[in-house]
Design a protein around this ligand. Structure first.
Ligand code: TXA
Ligand code: MG
Length: 314
């Protein structure tokens, strides 16, 4: 059962403690309810994808209480500083270069060198982020493909029993997701939302490229620039060929060079995926052979990522 917590000091202390244990807590922001997890914990972020039933590891927004905290996660140039100072806290997400010392789970950024950061204005979100004291990854708190929730009972309708708790902060005022402004390369709106493009253009003093959807990138390299191993990748390998590095999954993969999850746990496998792909690439002297991963639950997102790693590249 999912706990419903009141937005009191005691309720928020409980929510922060659950986040610190790697549990998932939905909370209100002025846009929509977010499904929060510790952005530094591979297992917590893997659980976000599992709870939502997302079929792929698209990058998540990292929530922080203020610009100062945001600077420890992303790199802010003059332009980013100007927009952040003008619109934060508020319904604006900025995509900026990832600060290497941020120590976020690579699942949060889908292993991209950039990070999406938001400082929400909602007082309950503010208090929760300060009580927790770390970066919170949070997509909208709905099952994948369903409408975003703007009330605690909407969250429960979709996710009851799948998350530890929801903080009930009443109805969200904006009711529409944050605007996402990409500031890696030429500034561009990656997703329209709570802050209109005109307001951003006035602040930046220049027109913005628009029509971009970061989930379905039109500009090449936006999301397609995922880290790809340099070694060739062979999928559905129940056994390695001589000279291959074996990235295994489950008890069947006994003797694998690395095992995504010896017990066959898909959440653990998702949590390990990006780390192990890098380790395999660093150690492999030939191709990387990957065990079959069941095409169910998080296995679909893992397979989606592995197929991209195995795809021919130019
Ligand atoms: O209003 C909101 O933004 C809500 C509340 C909960 O804060 N959050 C939300 O998060 O909508 P989510 O995870 O559903 O949206 C993430 C979006 C995706 O479209 C993703 O592609 C984009 O942000 N995104 C995240 N990181 C990115 C990156 N490094 N580069 C480009 N796009 C990125
Ligand atoms: Mg969403």
């Amino acid at each position: 059962m999912t706990e419903t917590l009141a937005p009191t000091d005691a309720g928020l202390a409980r929510a922060a403690a659950l986040l610190a244990e790697g549990e998932l807590v939905a909370f209100p922001t002025e846009t929509v309810y977010g499904l929060g997890g510790d952005a530094r914990s591979d297992m917590a972020v893997a659980r976000i994808f599992e709870a939502k039933g997302r079929p792929r590891f698209n990058p998540l927004i990292v929530h922080l209480p203020d610009l100062e905290a945001a600077r420890s996660v992303g790199v802010f140039d003059d332009l980013a500083e100007r927009v952040a100072s003008a619109f934060w806290p508020g319904p604006l997400t900025l995509v900026v270069p990832l600060r290497p010392s941020a120590r976020l789970s690579p699942l949060v950024t889908a292993d991209l060198p950039s990070v999406a950061i938001r400082v929400p204005e909602h007082p309950v979100a503010q208090r929760l982020l300060r009580a927790f004291g770390g970066p919170v990854a949070a997509p909208s708190a709905n099952p994948s493909g369903k409408v975003s929730p703007t009330r605690a009972d909407h969250v429960l309708a979709g996710l009851n029993g799948r998350i530890a708790a929801v903080v009930d902060g009443g109805a969200c005022a904006v009711g529409l997701e944050s605007t996402i402004l990409g500031l890696v390369g030429a500034p561009a709106i990656l997703r329209p939302g709570g802050i209109p493009a005109e307001a951003l253009e006035a602040c930046l003093g220049r027109p913005l490229a628009s029509g971009g959807d970061s989930a379905k990138p039109t500009a090449p390299g936006q999301l397609l620039s995922h880290y790809a191993p340099t070694a060739p990748v062979r999928l559905n390998a129940s056994q390695p060929e001589p000279g291959e590095f074996w990235l295994g999954f489950g008890p069947e993969a006994e003797g694998a060079d690395l095992n995504l999850s010896e017990t066959g746990d898909l959440v653990e496998a998702a949590a390990n995926l990006f780390h192990f792909l890098r380790q395999a690439d660093a150690s492999a002297t030939g191709p990387i052979a990957v065990s079959p991963i069941p095409e169910k639950g998080l296995g679909r997102a893992i397979n989606d990522r592995l197929r991209r790693a195995a795809a021919p590249r130019g």
